[in-house]
Ligand binder design. Structure first.
Ligand code: COA
Length: 222
């Protein structure tokens, strides 16, 4: 099989495929300056080789390439990912190490469920979505085509996020997000210094010097 796109994202997919026992023949990339990646040859023309995975992190670019290739794609799942029997994952999608996809989840084509991400029961994810590392989608969350959920985000149950939106890393999404929206949870409220009295109280306390313990105490500690 082949990978289209010689990038950092491709390195992760190569490792996944090696662990899953799937042979990579070579990579294809539009950039003539890139000639090898992770020990694999990078070619610069696509002549209909199949099956393949579009190994590019940008959701937009994956869609542009998929629209012109019309190829047959494989779905790649890391051996340490946990995917419920009733979940469905579309062609060209990749599920990285430690991800969990729960019962009756539906994931479209060319999606990325990244390292340690959690997609809970009955979630519906469109084509070309990217659920970044360690994000959590609670049950029944909908994510529209092309939306990027940033690393470490939490989307509570039942929320609907539209298409081609971006959820900033570390966000907590509790309400629906329309199409084409950048949503970032403001952290500014958390930057204020609010524990000054605790800080002063604790810094004023000096602990007594550690006492020399007797050989008998040391035996007990063991
Ligand atoms: C939300 C995001 C897309 C915004 O990118 P951007 O438009 O280039 O924004 P900037 O970096 O110019 O930041 C603009 C402001 O927003 C703040 N900001 C950016 N991302 C933020 C986030 N996730 N949470 C809180 N604040 C954020 C910045 O600190 C900056 O604040 P300032 O103006 O007070 O300095 C990006 O920061 C992000 O979170 N991307 C997701 C990254 C990720 O998950 N990667 C995983 C790859 S596998």
């Amino acid at each position: 099989m082949y990978l289209y796109g010689a990038s950092g994202h491709a390195k992760v997919i190569i490792d996944l495929l090696q662990k899953a026992g799937i042979r990579v023949d070579y990579l294809i990339d539009d950039n003539p300056a890139v000639t090898s990646l992770s020990g694999y040859e990078v070619r610069h023309t696509y002549s209909g080789e199949q099956p393949l995975i579009i190994s590019i992190g940008s959701n937009r670019v994956r869609k542009l390439i998929a629209s012109r290739l019309g190829a047959r794609y494989i779905t790649a799942i890391h051996p340490t990912a946990v995917v419920a029997t009733s979940a469905r994952i579309g062609e060209g999608s990749v599920v990285m190490a430690g991800a969990v996809i729960q019962a009756d989840a539906r994931i479209g084509r060319h999606a990325i469920i990244n390292t340690g991400a959690s997609v809970d029961h009955e979630c519906q994810l469109g084509d070309f979505v990217h659920i970044s590392p360690h994000s959590t989608l609670c049950g029944n969350v909908h994510v529209g085509e092309g939306t990027w959920v940033g690393a470490g985000s939490t989307v509570i149950q039942g929320v609907k996020i539209g298409a081609w939106s971006v959820i900033g890393a570390g966000s907590v999404v509790t309400r629906d997000v329309p199409d084409g929206t950048l949503y970032v949870t403001s952290r500014s409220a958390l930057r204020r210094v609010c524990y000054s009295s605790t800080l002063r109280e604790m810094q004023a306390i000096t602990l007594p010097a550690p006492q020399q313990s007797s050989p008998a105490d040391r035996d007990e500690e063991r």
